[in-house]
Design a binder for this molecule. Structure first.
Ligand SMILES: C[S@@+](CC[C@H](N)C(=O)[O-])C[C@H]1O[C@@H](n2cnc3c(N)ncnc32)[C@H](O)[C@@H]1O
Length: 433
């Protein structure tokens, strides 16, 4: 049955929210705020239902025709039907609404206009492809583990798209029994390509057979990942190093290096703006002790160290800490300290040793930090900077941090790391009352 509804807004997760005549909430993909649509109800849940837009009766002024042939089929670019300025407005609204709903009335007013990405397409330096049983590479369909075959992606550069097309035309059936995921990475500084094939089970295929199947299709170095361990399967003529040079408002600069198994931000040009934004909100850090929790390879620690902070970085991934230390040496920051330890354990150790920090920066994975975030005030910071890629877990964690009145949220700066998608990075600043 069809209903005519008006889309009120886009909510966290990227879907449009409208209401049926009886007030029941309907969630719909690929619509925009203010649009009048005809919707077909596809699923009913307790308290809300899901629907498919059958017709856009009155399109929003910012609606555009998506250029990717996979739009709507692939789960990736769910805002591609919105002009870029409208995408930014929608993302600001998503952060605003999450804060108002979870943290409390008025908190949404602290959200600034998002920092736009320098590139709207072709910005990704990492991409993950899935292989189906016949070895055809593709992406997951929206909210599903079914695949849509892909030979190009709007979000990567032409050279990565050439590899995608070659993989699509290559015969990967031989490796699909042991490999279901291929990751392509590009070094921002010199454009070198790397490829990681994730193997599952024991796999009765030799590295040589994998190499024969794949090496003609991939111009860069190839690795297999088995039980989280990376092993190169192509001759390593050069060391496998990715690099990005970062400049600072102060005029200084550094070059960060890392290996393919380390976390890196996927949009290097926007990472440059993110790093500058974090340094700006940190303010004068000369001589301050600063804790960088979930520090990775030192993406924020090294620039903040160059601005004069005495940095301690905490990170669970040992390879990332190895590179953070190398980056420290390359930047001449002998006083910076990096610890390979789980965040919660690291915080407990620091508290036990009665260490104090003027500023704490944290950049956890999507699930946020949860209850353990309440350990931060015990380390004595005047300022806490929370970098998050999920507004809902950010708002939940900010609620824990602010509930006893010791800290107040002063500003939230969205940084658009992921154009064409509903995802948004945010930098939240809290100060001691
Ligand atoms: C969003 S990334 C941020 C990394 C870094 N700040 C950057 O900008 O590149 C999150 C990092 O947290 C690390 N991580 C995940 N869970 C962790 C935990 N429980 N304790 C410490 N580090 C963790 C991951 O290895 C990853 O490097």
């Amino acid at each position: 049955m069809h209903h005519r509804i008006v889309i009120e807004k886009i909510i966290s997760g990227g879907r449009g929210l409208g209401r049926l005549p009886d007030g029941m909430v309907v969630m719909v993909d690929h619509v925009l705020p203010g649009e009048r649509i005809e919707v077909r109800i596809t699923r009913e849940h307790k308290g809300y239902c899901e629907g498919r837009p059958e017709r856009i009766v009155s399109p929003a002024p910012g609606r555009v025709t998506p250029s990717c042939p996979l739009h709507g089929l692939c789960g990736g670019c769910d805002l591609q039907h919105a002009a870029y300025p409208l995408q930014l407005e929608i993302k600001k609204q998503i952060v605003h609404d999450c804060l108002e709903r979870i943290l409390g009335r008025g908190s949404g007013e602290l959200v600034a206009d998002p920092i736009a990405s320098p590139k709207e397409t072709g910005y990704r330096s990492r991409i993950r492809l899935q292989l189906d049983q016949e070895g055809a590479p593709g992406f997951f369909q929206p909210r599903s583990h079914r695949l849509v075959p892909a030979k190009q992606c709007l979000l990567v550069s032409p050279d990565m798209n050439r590899v995608l097309a070659d993989l699509h035309h290559g015969d990967l059936a031989r490796i699909s029994a042991v490999c279901r995921e291929i990751e392509l990475l590009k070094s921002p500084q010199d454009g070198k390509l790397f490829c990681i094939l994730s193997l599952h089970g024991n796999g009765d295929i030799s590295p040589a057979a994998i190499r024969d199947t794949i090496s003609a299709l991939i111009p860069g170095q190839v690795f297999v990942r088995r039980k989280k361990k990376l092993q190169p399967i192509t001759p390593d003529t050069d060391p496998a190093v990715l690099q990005q040079r970062l400049t600072l408002d102060s005029g200084g600069s550094c070059t960060l290096s890392w290996s393919p198994e380390c976390f890196s931000q996927i949009n290097p040009e926007q990472n440059q703006q993110l790093v500058k934004a974090v340094c700006r909100v940190a303010g004068e850090v000369r001589g301050c002790s600063l804790l960088d929790l979930y520090c990775g390879i030192g993406n924020f620690s090294i620039p903040l160290g160059l601005l004069g902070a005495r940095v301690t970085g905490i990170e669970r991934s040992r390879p990332s800490i190895v590179w953070a230390k190398k980056n420290r040496t390359a930047a001449g920051l002998d006083q910076a300290r990096f610890l390979a330890v789980d965040a919660t354990r690291g915080l407990r150790d620091l508290a036990r040793n009665k260490e104090r920090f003027n500023c704490i920066l944290l950049d956890p994975p999507r699930q946020g930090m949860g209850r353990d975030i309440s350990l931060l005030p015990g380390l004595g910071p005047e300022k806490i900077i929370y970098v998050s890629c999920d507004p809902a877990t950010l708002a939940r964690d900010l609620r824990i941090l602010t509930r006893d009145g010791r800290f107040r949220l002063t500003r939230v700066l969205p940084v658009d790391m992921f154009p064409q998608t509903h995802h948004i990075e945010s930098v939240a600043v809290l100060e001691k009352n």
